[in-house]
Design a protein around this ligand. Structure first.
Ligand SMILES: [Zn+2]
Length: 301
């Protein structure tokens, strides 16, 4: 990784990465992932090109990105965020080959957890993109997929994208790596945690650059439980109804139990507690609402 700043109309090194807090956080994250990802090709995708990732610190509310048209532009931080990940340098390496260097923008207030969350988005991003004979390629960031043309305009494509689930896996992994479930985005975190602690299929779907791993995960999900379909999971985030969230969590519990003899009740209680604290229901607790959908599969006490 490089720590950069924008100066004299170009990116230059801002400070030493070696020995920085970012190097420590990067090493912690990558060694955790190397232990939990089993598949060598998924590991290779996770590690691809990440010596070129960029870190940009700023005191303002924008960072600078370089577009495929070789123009530097300002990009605004999402509201109240202290960190975000984005394609920081986009370049056509050849006519049909687009390179994207992920970058992490930071402003005062960031900490290890915030950095690691954004680093996970970067580590799960595709960096090399081939355009097919129709001039279409796709960018995959975790379980989020977008199809693009050579003007970097979005186009329709076979959709396997699960954006809310992507945030859930990201925050679940950041929490598992730092050992701290912050209580932020509690329903996303609960959903992400139930699936990433089930087996390696969700992790493969998230880190692999290949869409077939997403397909593989969805297929297994639909085989191992019947509470939700892949469309339900893909809709999470767009549809944030309590009903859908409770149903996905019920499915996550059933899926996790299909793989784990020892379901982690303690962790589950913590996840549900965080949801009760943040998104209080009008009636009863999340545990009760979730239990309504836990029919037939698994056995909740
Ligand atoms: Zn995120």
């Amino acid at each position: 990784m490089r720590i950069i700043k924008y100066n004299n109309e170009k990116f230059i090194d801002a400070e030493q990465y070696a020995g920085s807090e970012f190097e420590t956080w990067y090493n912690t994250t990558v060694s955790y992932l190397q232990n939990v990802i089993q598949d060598e090709s998924v590991k290779a995708d996770m590690l691809m090109d990440n010596d070129k990732y960029l870190i940009q610190k700023t005191d303002g509310d924008t960072c600078i990105v370089l577009g495929h048209d070789k123009i530097y532009r300002k990009k605004k931080f999402p509201l109240s965020a202290v960190a975000f990940e984005c394609p920081m340098v986009v370049t056509f390496l050849r006519e049909n080959l687009l390179g994207i260097m992920p970058g992490i923008a930071l402003r005062p207030g960031y900490d290890a957890h915030a950095f690691i969350h954004e680093l996970l988005h970067a580590l799960s991003s595709t960096t090399i993109h081939f355009f097919n004979e129709n001039g279409i390629s796709y960018i995959k960031i975790g379980t989020k997929v977008k199809y693009i043309d050579k003007n970097m305009e979005y186009v329709d494509g076979k959709n396997l994208s699960a954006e809310g689930f992507n945030e859930g896996i990201t925050e679940a992994l950041a929490s598992l790596i730092t050992g701290r479930f912050t209580g932020q985005y509690p329903s996303h975190t609960a959903i992400g945690t139930l699936f990433v602690t089930s087996n390696s299929l969700a992790l493969n779907a998230y880190f692999s650059h290949d869409l077939s791993r997403l397909e593989e995960f969805y297929k297994d999900l639909e085989e191992k439980q019947s509470i939700i379909t892949r469309e339900d999971l893909m809709n999470f985030g767009k549809d944030t109804s309590e009903e859908l969230i409770a149903r996905i969590i019920a499915a996550g519990v059933a899926y996790n139990k299909a793989y784990n003899q020892d379901f982690d009740e303690q962790l589950y209680s913590l996840l549900i507690q965080n949801m009760d604290n943040a998104d209080r229901l009008d009636n009863g607790s999340w545990r009760d609402l979730i239990a309504k959908y836990q029919t037939g599969i698994g056995s909740m006490s």
